[in-house]
Design a protein around this ligand. Structure first.
Ligand code: 5RP
Length: 233
């Protein structure tokens, strides 16, 4: 039986054409995309991909999807990636899988970003069901955390900000940093929060993706819906 994630991953193939340079996302839905892409490549589809995590790199290598790096290929045609939450403007929370830094760099280097997800990821307001992951340098962790709390409070936001763990140890990203998961709940203005987080020393990147996604392919139990931003982006 086809799962919703497989349905979304397979539908994304419609947007991939011969010769494309692709950003390849991270997570279970992105994995479904890679698993759908690999047989097309084996059949002769010529693409080259930049993976957004070591996990995705290993998967692509295992399945024979050819890879490059942003150093070799700094400009990409299309990134296809999952998301944790998608709002009506196609602003996203990403990073539950811990790959938000590379995911954002790759998406920003691409002409287009397509988000693939199932219906559970659609929200009216970001922050409803997922915290915002904030990737931070280990140095000065307590100070950075305080600065995040202060910046959020100036925007009327508050909530737990906790260091992500992996068993008993802190979770370490591919870039060697920590992640703070900030449960701000209702983020009415994600762009303002994104800008406020961007200027805090010690914040390497955050999981608010604003203005990056062009369309979302949202799979349900019966089919897929192509969602564009309500503002007409
Ligand atoms: C990883 C991500 C993922 O794309 C996001 O967590 C969605 O994952 P999944 O498709 O497994 O639900 O941002 O950093």
């Amino acid at each position: 039986m086809t799962t919703m994630k497989q349905r979304a991953g397979e539908a994304a193939l419609d947007y991939v054409s011969d010769g494309m340079k692709l950003g390849i996302g991270t997570g279970s839905t992105a994995e479904a995309f890679v698993r759908a892409l690999a047989p097309k490549v084996a059949d002769g589809l010529s693409i080259i991909g930049v993976p957004t995590s070591e996990r995705t790199r290993e998967l692509c290598e295992e399945l024979g999807v050819p890879l490059t790096t942003l150093e070799e290929t700094p400009h990409l045609d299309l990134t296809i990636d999952g998301a944790d939450e998608i709002d009506p403007d196609l602003a996203l929370i990403k990073g539950a899988g811990g790959a938000l830094l590379r995911e954002k760099i790759v998406a920003a280097a691409s002409d287009r970003m397509i988000v693939i997800a199932d219906t559970s990821k659609i929200v009216e307001t970001l922050g409803t069901s997922f915290p915002v992951p904030i990737e931070v340098d280990r140095f000065g962790l307590a100070s950075t955390r305080n600065a995040i709390e202060k910046a959020a409070s100036q925007l009327g936001l508050s909530g737990d900000i906790v260091v992500r763990t992996n068993g008993d140890a802190p979770y370490i990203t591919d870039g060697g940093h920590l992640i703070l998961d900030a449960s701000f709940r209702r983020i009415v203005d994600p762009e303002r929060l994104a800008v406020a987080l961007n200027v805090i020393p010690g914040v390497v990147e955050h999981g608010l993706f604003v203005g990056l996604a062009d369309i979302a392919i949202v799979a349900s139990g019966t089919g897929v819906e192509i969602v564009t931003a309500s503002g007409g982006k």
